[in-house]
Structures are given as structure tokens and as C-alpha cells.
Design a protein around this ligand. Structure first.
Ligand SMILES: *Cc1c(COP(=O)(O)O)cnc(C)c1O
Length: 516
């Protein structure tokens, strides 16, 4: 048997303690702050993305498991290389996906949350943080004009918020209707599988985010139980088609359970007709969920408020502070109207070790009674810091300007003879393509076969433009496929972007188009 290790030195400090001296702490802090402030100061002037390959990264970063301490110099030099090998959503000409820059207040809030390292599953284990999260939920509900007194919880992102919402929708609507009777009404099919007499159905538009279908799949909805409803020419859900589908399903003995509307689709930023969908949902007793992961926070822009009429009628709303509230990743949110129903949906899964003995309702509150996760990061702090540091008006102004800049983007596209706008700009996403003027004239042909051939050619050209622009590192746009057309897609959720950045980006794209 080996001799027991001496755990403590003569000074009473544990030999294996990971605490460091004040001096070492100061050095670490200074280096980290230097790195972060250099980044915030320099990100606008750096390339959006320095093109790199997997093998280059492997050559740079592959290393054996460090057995002993590394020098601080080497460590921070490599940190800088990680920054260099990244794509920078903080760059003013980053228009890809839905990716916003972080603010210094948000970044430091994450540092503070990590230092406190408060796990936030319930009031009992994190009283102050739980209270702050509930406060922040109230603020978010207010920002998007959702019901007063709304409950909710922060999640890793919109996908997790959507999953939580669909779970509650299914439990509340489908299981309630099928109840235990479902077991009696089930029959064993020839393959020996249990079949519920009335399969539950979920309704989404053909523009819905992929996380909805994924959530439905996780929850056991079959592919055919997710009803994909057509969108209209403005990429909004066609409510008449939705009605027909629901009524048909009722006739065919399905159990319509939930409709998911998008408040800002990820492709074009279209906002579904929320009020009409809300009333249809009410008529058929469906759970009404709004996926506002990208767009809901645009309700803070007074000029866009009308688009969000009806959002307050939703049973639940997903939104993403890490998209349009400029908080660092990760931070999503699910708001819901009726806490009791959400609690009831999750009831029955408690284990002994999480039993809560507090007296008051407030003190027995647990986020795990309302969602999937048990251990949860203290995400509320970065929203709390952000809103207190800047004030809600400054954030609303930034969002309003993002929308105005997207309108400017679209106006520039429409005024140009070699660009074509491919979708209305409702919020801050502009979808367009490069079409050389002579091709544009040819596309007006009535010869369908010829037009199809030209469309394919334009698609291919724009795919190549996309790659060239992304590799070039001066601007970054992503893409969308709209009714068979390959679109260059610019999403502005970036308080650093200016008109000049948009002009420059269009020049960069035009240059690439001419070269190809
Ligand atoms: C981004 C997005 C999601 C997914 O959110 P994550 O935070 O990436 O998980 C869902 N729906 C829409 C409309 C989105 O834009």
C-alpha cells in the first residue's frame, strides 16, 4: 500500500489547493483585462474572419494534455490566436446568421457570474440569483409587451426555449385530451406498436426554425404529426391554409394541440399574423406558442410595434437575449402566461433529493419545476447588468437603428441595377442577390425552360459570391433559399454597423460578382 499523501503543508493550507497568491491573481486579471480591452478596441479594424482550415487549426492548437503549468506568456499568446481564428460577430460588417456583438457590461457580467459560480436551480440554493432572474423575466416580458405578471425562465437559447414550450403544449393540450383514456383507446397495431387513437398534431409554417421540428421529434411526435403550413408571398404563415389544415385534422380524428407562429423568421424576418393565429388557436383550444428567438425584441422599436399585435395572447413566447439584446452567448428565454399550467405539465417528475422544504411559495420556487434543466448558469446577471448599465431606452434605440439600417440596405439593393431584393424587409434581415444587368434582362423571358436554366445559373453565381465574400474577410453574409432562389442574407443585430459598412459590403459583393 502506498503511503498516504500529506494533504496539508505546515502553513495549514491544503497542498492541492488551486488558490493562487494575490500577486498571481493580479497578473492573471491584468492579462485577461488587457486581452478583452484590446479586443473591444480592435475588433472593428480586424478581419471579420481570417480564413483558416481544420488542418491549420490542428497544427496550431493540437497539443498533448498539459501535465504541468504552462507559462502565462504562452497561454495568453495562444488565447490571442484563438481570437484570431474566430469569426467576429462584433465586427460592423458581420451580417451572418443572427449573431450580435457582446457589450463590455455583458462580458464582465459573465465573468462575475462565473466567479460567484452560483448554480440557479431553485430559490433554496440560490436565493438572490433566483430573485434576479425573476426580476429580469419581468423586464423581458415588459420589453416585448407580453402579459403583465408573466412567468418564465432563461435557457441556453431559443432551441431549448422552444423545446420547453412544446413539452408544456403537448402535456397541457394533448395529454389532457387523451388523458388516461388514451391507454384504453389505444390499440396494438400489427407491428406490435402502441398507437394512440388520436395522434397530436403541431402546426408550423414552412419558414419555421428547424428547432421546432427537432423539439417535436424529441417529444415523440412523428414526422407526419408536424403539419407544415404554407407561407404567403411575404413569407408569413397563410392563416387560411392553417385553418383548413386544423379543421381537416379534427375531421380525420387527429388531436390538434399546438400552433407555433414565428415573430421574425430566421430566413427573411417575416412576422406571422399573430393576432389572427391567436384567435384561431383560441377557437380550437390549441396552445399558442410564438417563436420570437430572432425577432420578438424588435417589439421595442416603436415603428414595428403593430407587427407584434397578438403576441400578448400567446401561451408562451421564446426569445433570445443573446441575439437581439446583445448579451453574450448563451442566453435564451421562455416566457409563459400561466405559471400554474406550466408547473402542472412538469409535475410528477420530482425526485427525493430535490424535495423542497421551504415555507413560503416564493422560497419553495424552483426553476426545475418549469423546464428541462436542473443545473443552470446564472444567466440573468448579464441581462440585469446590461439593462441597468445602459438603460432600456439605449437598447431599444440600438434595435430601432438595426431595423432602419436593414431598410437602408434594401433601398440600396433596389436602387442598384445589378442587385435584386428577394423578400420584403420587415425587421432587420435583407435577402438579395447579385444579377448582372444583362442577365436580369434575360430573366424576363417567358420561355420557362430558359428561365429555369438562367435561375440555376444565377443561384450558382451567388453561391460562389458567398464563398468568395466569406473567405475575403472584409464582410460576412450568410444565405437562405427562398422559393428555389439562392439569397445572400444580411441580418443586422449589430450596434456597430453603419450606413458606410452597408455601402462597403455591397461594393465587396459587387466586386466578387464581377470577378466571377
Ligand atoms: C436562432 C433561432 C432559434 C434557435 O435559437 P438558439 O438560441 O440558436 O438555440 C429558434 N428560432 C428562431 C426564429 C431563431 O432565429
Amino acid at each position: 500500500m502506498s503511503e498516504a499523501r500529506d494533504t496539508e503543508g505546515d502553513d495549514g493550507v491544503r497542498a492541492s489547493s488551486l488558490d493562487i497568491t494575490d500577486e498571481a491573481f493580479g497578473e492573471l486579471a491584468a492579462r485577461a483585462v488587457e486581452l478583452v480591452s484590446d479586443y473591444f478596441r480592435g475588433v472593428s479594424a480586424s478581419p471579420v474572419l481570417t480564413h483558416t482550415s481544420a488542418s491549420e487549426l490542428a497544427a496550431r492548437f493540437d497539443a498533448p494534455l498539459p501535465g504541468a503549468p504552462d507559462a502565462l506568456d504562452a497561454l495568453f499568446a495562444d488565447c490571442r490566436r484563438i481570437f484570431e481564428g474566430s469569426r467576429h460577430s462584433g465586427h460592423p460588417r458581420f451580417f451572418g446568421y443572427v449573431a450580435s456583438p457582446a457589450t463590455p457590461a455583458g462580458a464582465f457580467a459573465d465573468l462575475i457570474a462565473s466567479a460567484l459560480n452560483q448554480n440557479v436551480p431553485a430559490w433554496r440554493s440560490s436565493p438572490a440569483a433566483t430573485h434576479v432572474e425573476k426580476t429580469v423575466i419581468g423586464w423581458l416580458a415588459q420589453l416585448v409587451n407580453y402579459t403583465e405578471g408573466a412567468g418564465g425562465l432563461l435557457t441556453s437559447g431559443g432551441s431549448m426555449a422552444n423545446l420547453n414550450a412544446l413539452y408544456v403544449a403537448h402535456r397541457t393540450k394533448a395529454r389532457a385530451a387523451q388523458g388516461d383514456a388514451a391507454a384504453g383507446a389505444s390499440d396494438v397495431s400489427q407491428k406490435g406498436l402502441w398507437r394512440v387513437a388520436r395522434p397530436a398534431t403541431v402546426y408550423v409554417s414552412d419558414q419555421a426554425h428547424m428547432s421546432i421540428a427537432k423539439a417535436a421529434d424529441i417529444l415523440g411526435f412523428g414526422r407526419e404529426q408536424v403539419r407544415v403550413v404554407a407561407s404567403d408571398e411575404n413569407y408569413r404563415m397563410d392563416v387560411r391554409a392553417l385553418r383548413e389544415r386544423i379543421e381537416g385534422d379534427v375531421r380525420d380524428n387527429f388531436q390538434p394541440c399546438c400552433v407555433v407562429a414565428s415573430a421574425g423568421t430566421v430566413n427573411t424576418g417575416a412576422v406571422d399574423p399573430l393576432a389572427e393565429i391567436a384567435s384561431l388557436a383560441r377557437e380550437h383550444d390549441l396552445w399558442f406558442h410564438v417563436d420570437g428567438a430572432y425577432g420578438a425584441l424588435a417589439a421595442t422599436d416603436a415603428s414595428k410595434r403593430a407587427l407584434f399585435a397578438g403576441l400578448d395572447a400567446a401561451d408562451s413566447v421564446a426569445l433570445d437575449p443573446h441575439k437581439w439584446l446583445y448579451t453574450p452567448v448563451d442566453c435564451g428565454c421562455l416566457l409563459y402566461r400561466d405559471a400554474a399550467r406550466v408547473r402542472a405539465a412538469w409535475a410528477g417528475s420530482e425526485a427525493d433529493y430535490i424535495k423542497i422544504f421551504e415555507e413560503t411559495e416564493e422560497e419553495s420556487f424552483a426553476f426545475f419545476d418549469y423546464g428541462v434543466e436542473l443545473s443552470r448558469r446564472f444567466r440573468a446577471l448579464k441581462i440585469w447588468m446590461l439593462l441597468r448599465y445602459y438603460g432600456a431606452q439605449a437598447i431599444a434605440d440600438a434595435i430601432t437603428d438595426d431595423n432602419a439600417l436593414a431598410a437602408y440596405f434594401a433601398a440600396r439593393v433596389e436602387a442598384a441595377e445589378d442587385f435584386e431584393l428577394l423578400a420584403p424587409v420587415e425587421l432587420s434581415i435583407c435577402c438579395f442577390r447579385y444579377v448582372p444587368p444583362q442577365m436580369r434582362r434575360q430573366l424576363a423571358t417567358t420561355d420557362e425552360a430558359e428561365r429555369a436554366r438562367l435561375e440555376a445559373e444565377v443561384n450558382e453565381l451567388n453561391e460562389r459570391i458567398l464563398r468568395a465574400v466569406q473567405h475575403g474577410g472584409r464582410a460576412y453574409v450568410s444565405n437562405a433559399l427562398l422559393r428555389g432562389r439562392f439569397a445572400l442574407r444580411a441580418c443586422i443585430v449589430n450596434f456597430r454597423t453603419t450606413r458606410r459598412d452597408i455601402d462597403e459590403t455591397l461594393d465587396i459583393i459587387r466586386e466578387a460578382g464581377r470577378e466571377l
